[in-house]
Design a protein around this ligand. Structure first.
Ligand code: SF4
Ligand code: SF4
Length: 214
């Protein structure tokens, strides 16, 4: 499971860096390397773009996992180059931006948009796998998440628009509830299709989300 990101447009990045001339670039060796949005190659490309914008790159690094404790170590290792910059340009997901912002008093500007938590289904094709709803139904839906796989996020499906196993919203896409039906059938658990799921309780975990595990 990875944080799926896409790069902002160069114009948006330039706008985000307005008034900031010296830039330190940080990538991530985990999720954004996998999505090819913030690995070694993309960091090198970004340095070229920054130079074309007239910025001075004070240095760069790719942190093994930008959202964990390694970030503090990497920031310390590169402290001299980060201190001489006006800002850090982050090519990690938002979790990495959050982490980097905790150390050294420098603005951290995201070069990427964080889209969702997902999996790589086929090379280069990423699919959301979980919306972290706080009330997991996978036990009743044969491991297929109805909230992310169904266009309408229905917890009781299918809707009336399902047609020959395809979704009415996107005819190229399999209907999630047909997939659930077929997999439950294979498991001999079709009785679960008759089990009513109450509407999602959006108060199950209130924003700002946090939990204390004891
Ligand atoms: S039902 Fe779907 S969104 Fe909710 S926790 Fe399970 S996998 Fe995640
Ligand atoms: S056709 Fe299937 S996947 Fe599409 S919205 Fe209806 S139940 Fe969901």
């Amino acid at each position: 499971m990875k944080s799926i990101t896409k790069q902002k447009s160069i114009e948006d990045i330039q706008e985000g860096l307005k008034g900031l001339d010296k830039i330190f670039v940080v990538g991530c060796g985990t999720c954004t390397t996998m999505t090819k949005t913030g690995g070694v190659e993309q960091v090198e490309e970004m340095k070229g773009h920054l130079q074309e914008m007239g910025k001075r790159v004070t240095g760069s690094t790719v942190i093994p996992t930008a959202c964990d404790d390694m970030t503090e170590v990497a920031m310390k290792e590169n402290e001299q180059f980060i201190r001489s910059a006006d800002a850090i340009l982050s090519m990690s997901c938002a979790l990495g931006v959050h982490r980097m912002s905790l150390y050294l008093d420098k603005p951290v500007i995201p070069a990427l948009d964080t889209l969702f938590i997902g999996v790589e289904e086929t090379p280069g094709y990423f699919r959301e796998a979980c919306d972290q709803c706080g009330q997991c139904l996978l036990g009743q839906t044969a491991g297929i998440c109805p909230i992310t796989a169904c266009h309408k996020g229905l917890v009781n499906g299918p809707c009336g628009g399902t047609n020959n196993g395809k979704c009415e919203v996107d005819k190229d896409k399999d209907c999630a509830w047909t997939l659930i039906y077929n997999r439950l059938k294979e498991q001999g658990r079709l009785d679960l299709m008759h089990q009513y799921q109450p509407p999602r309780n959006h108060h199950v975990i209130l924003k700002p989300k946090s939990v204390k595990i004891t």
